[in-house]
Write a protein that binds this ligand. Structure first.
Ligand SMILES: *[C@@H]1O[C@H](CO)[C@@H](O)[C@H](O)[C@H]1NC(C)=O
Ligand SMILES: *[C@@H]1O[C@H](CO)[C@@H](O)[C@H](O)[C@H]1NC(C)=O
Ligand SMILES: *[C@@H]1O[C@H](CO)[C@@H](O)[C@H](O)[C@H]1NC(C)=O
Length: 324
């Protein structure tokens, strides 16, 4: 009996690290989905290296910036669609952030560090129901610590106000091809009895630490009356089901390698590196991070919505123009 209990404990504990990162910018750009283009993206909230622009493609570019990550060796850029609430005046306003945390989990299963220049999008920005949501992205919305919440879809917003924080989780790919930088979730293949790779990755891919966003929002000041039933909340991409996140790796190569030192025997492991100890704080000072391209794009939510609807009206006109 003791040995099976021990096994249970061992499998529940997986090595992880985590860094928090301050939000330094709201902007209607997306260097992965709409590279080199303005006015095509919904509003995003950005965390990490402030070198990011519409043109960013490499880790080196990010490492030249000022990062808001608490781990001074992390120059990654992380972004998500902005969460907004509708106030009593009907105006849509970004929800105050409580904390953005980038967890790296299942490090004990990782064979390779997250490669330089690796980038990924997790979640389905076009989803409008739970059926459209990628199961392996592990998307959930919940009230931190509240147990008396009404039943709902995992990716739906809570149907009752939160006593403290509204929290959301999102998992990224954990398999990568180091040459092509293509990636996948582990466990997605149709294996057979003769071919079943120990790393559960598609052929040609290796396991890397799995990035997981954990974001806490504080609605207590924004919506002091709370809500019951449909919440007065939406994401810049639509309903909660379109939850997604973007990542371009900016970890210093030595620190990305050090991340693998976490083993199954450690639970949390701090990742030290050339820019200091894991908890030393941003080298440049998080408050000094600024938008690298302030004259283009917008940080105004209403303006970003207006720009997108102008675009879609234009698109409808040109489609109907073609069909007549
Ligand atoms: C992006 O690249 C284009 C083309 O090289 C350049 O003209 C533009 O200034 C760049 N924008 C930013 C913000 O770096
Ligand atoms: C099992 O899968 C491997 C890899 O896809 C394939 O090469 C092999 O032929 C398969 N074997 C059987 C018995 O289906
Ligand atoms: C961004 O803004 C700067 C300064 O106003 C301008 O010179 C530049 O051409 C703009 N870049 C693009 C790609 O529009």
């Amino acid at each position: 009996m003791w040995s099976s209990l021990l096994l249970l404990c061992a499998s529940a504990v997986t090595a992880y690290t985590v860094t928090t990162a301050d939000q330094f910018m709201l902007k209607n750009i997306d260097p992965i989905v709409f590279p080199r283009q303005y006015d095509k993206s919904h509003m995003h909230s950005f965390f990490g290296s402030d070198a990011v622009t519409i043109n960013t493609t490499t880790s080196a570019e990010l490492q030249a910036g000022c990062s808001t990550a608490q781990n001074p060796n992390d120059y990654s850029i992380y972004w998500v669609p902005t969460l907004v609430y509708t106030g009593d005046n009907g105006v849509k306003t970004p929800v105050p952030l409580f904390r953005f945390s980038a967890y790296y989990v299942s490090i004990n299963a990782a064979e390779v560090p997250i490669p330089q220049n690796f980038k990924a999008v997790a979640g389905n920005a076009a989803a409008s129901s739970q059926a459209d949501v990628e199961d392996l992205a592990g998307i959930s919305w919940f009230c931190e610590g509240d147990s008396d919440q009404p039943e709902k879809d995992a990716a739906a917003f809570p149907l009752k106000t939160c006593s403290t924080h509204l929290q959301t989780l999102l998992l990224f790919h954990d398999c990568v091809n180091e040459q092509t930088l293509e990636s996948a979730y582990s466990g997605t293949q149709n294996w057979n009895s003769t071919f079943r790779p120990a790393n559960r990755c598609p052929e040609g891919m290796k396991r890397m630490p799995q990035l997981r966003f954990s974001i806490r929002y504080d609605l207590r000041k924004a919506l002091p009356g709370g809500w019951e039933g449909a919440p007065p909340l939406e994401l810049a991409c639509g309903s909660s089901y379109c939850t997604h996140g973007d990542f371009i790796n900016g970890w210093l190569p030595e620190a990305a390698q050090n991340m693998l030192k976490a083993t199954s025997k450690t639970e949390f492991a701090g990742v030290d590196g050339p820019d200091g100890a894991y908890d030393a704080g941003s080298v440049c000072g998080s408050a000094n991070a600024v938008d690298a391209d302030p004259d283009n794009g917008t940080s105004d939510y209403a303006e970003s919505v207006a720009l997108l609807s102008k675009r879609s009206i234009g698109r409808r006109r040109s489609i109907s123009g073609r069909s007549t």
